[in-house]
Design a protein around this ligand. Structure first.
Ligand SMILES: Cc1ncc(COP(=O)(O)O)c(C=O)c1O
Length: 402
């Protein structure tokens, strides 16, 4: 039977598609350090579990398609604590930031349209774009510039009549870049001039280091009606399984249209919204502690990677990933090889192959995204395994050259 061209054009997530190799390695008794996926090991705050335990109803009903009022108000209050001014009516609750992203693209793109995205980018942006029959036009960025944006003219030259938006992850996954206010102002100028949207994926808002001041797209005046804000409790509160996010914009017409998608999927889990709303009552000290922990993990993984011969990477300023260039022929082959053929005392490390984070063919082939979501001791062990694996790997670049 026929399958759609649309589904066949999708690529499997580089973060998840090699999981069967990890499962096979574990079935053989290997321990795998998972640096491939942004799944933190930090405890979800008790507020989440307590609220769910205390939620007593006789019937577990559908929630409002826009989201429960207390959930929308909790997020509106949270935004205000960041000096970002979204009211309840500017916010709809979604199944994670993922659904919000997918809804954003479907609301603004027709078949053949395109969206500009700084490259490398979070791999699932491809999926959300391609399911809307649109495409990503990559904005080139360089590791040596800390993956910051190129000049305005470079971005403007990529815009054509089919361009509907510029889409950023800030702080960036996989780059760790934290955009400056000036960069965001530049994007706003471009968006206004060309009358396009901005998609601001800020699910890592709390994760910036070294005193880096976070500027939200919601802080930039004059573009709130064209800024589609994407958010999530997944990373902020280490609540990835709750699947609660939101889409927010100060634009009534956009909200009226995207509501059709919200209504089409009826609602987001009632119970999860009860738990997630309570997360926003978590004392601020929780987020401060978590930030310190990630900074220390960033320092650990970065220091360990710098010790490995031939590895090139920049110190990330935000989120919890490092995009590292390795002296290997192909990071996908290398990840599989490590899972199938390499271990130190029964333990191995898994990263995410870099190619999936690029739209430009051939880029990222010898890069790997490593998530510093494990504790420091495990990160040291994982990096040590990686170091020895690179030395032993048959596709090590020096070996090939020799
Ligand atoms: C940049 C970015 N945006 C959005 C998401 C989606 O997260 P969720 O659907 O769990 O909210 C992720 C998840 O890793 C991400 O890294």
């Amino acid at each position: 039977m026929r399958l759609s061209e649309r589904i066949k054009a999708l690529t499997a997530s580089p973060i998840r598609r090699l999981i069967p190799y990890a499962d096979a390695a574990k079935a053989k008794g290997k321990k795998v350090y998972h640096l491939n996926i942004g799944q933190p090991d930090i405890r979800t705050p008790d507020e989440y579990f307590d609220a769910i335990r205390n939620f007593k109803v006789d019937t577990i009903a559908y929630a409002d398609s826009k989201g429960r009022t207390e959930m929308r108000d909790a997020i509106s209050g949270y935004y205000k604590s960041w000096d970002i001014n979204y009211e309840r009516d500017d916010i709809y609750i979604t199944n994670g930031g993922s659904e919000a992203l997918s809804f954003a693209v479907q609301t603004i793109c027709d078949a053949g349209d395109n969206i500009l995205v700084p490259e490398p980018f979070y791999a699932n942006y491809n999926t959300f774009t391609k399911t809307a029959l649109a495409s990503i036009v990559p904005i080139p960025t360089k590791a040596e510039d800390g993956f910051h944006l190129p000049a305005k003219s470079v971005i403007e030259n990529l815009i054509n009549s089919k361009t509907r938006a510029i889409w950023i992850s800030n702080p960036g996954n996989p780059t760790g870049a934290v955009y400056t206010a000036k960069e965001l102002e530049m994007l706003v100028e471009i968006a206004k001039k060309h009358d396009i949207y901005l998609i601001a994926d800020e699910v890592y808002r709390e994760f910036t280091y070294d005193g880096e001041r976070f500027t939200s797209m919601g802080h930039i005046d004059g573009a709130l009606d064209r800024t589609i804000m994407i958010d999530s409790v997944s990373k902020r509160f280490s609540a990835c399984g709750a699947r609660i996010g939101c889409i927010a914009i100060k634009n009534k017409e956009f909200m009226a249209q995207v509501l059709k998608l919200c209504q089409g999927r009826l609602s987001v889990s009632t119970i999860e919204q009860v738990g997630a709303a309570a997360l926003y009552k978590t004392p601020k000290s929780y987020l401060e502690e978590v930030n310190k922990e990630y900074k220390s993990r960033r320092d650990t993984l970065y220091t360990e990677l710098k010790k490995i011969d031939g590895v090139i990477c920049e110190e990330p300023k935000g989120a919890f990933y490092i995009m590292a260039k390795l002296p290997i022929d192909d990071s996908e082959k290398f990840v599989i090889w490590m899972l199938e053929n390499f271990d130190i005392n029964g333990e191995t490390t898994m990263g995410a192959p870099g190619g999936g984070f690029y739209a430009t063919p051939g880029l990222g082939i010898n890069e790997m995204r490593l998530a510093y979501v494990l504790n420091n001791a495990d990160l040291i062990k994982a990096a040590n395994i990686l170091r020895q694996a690179i030395a032993a790997y048959p596709g090590r670049l020096e070996a090939i050259k020799a």
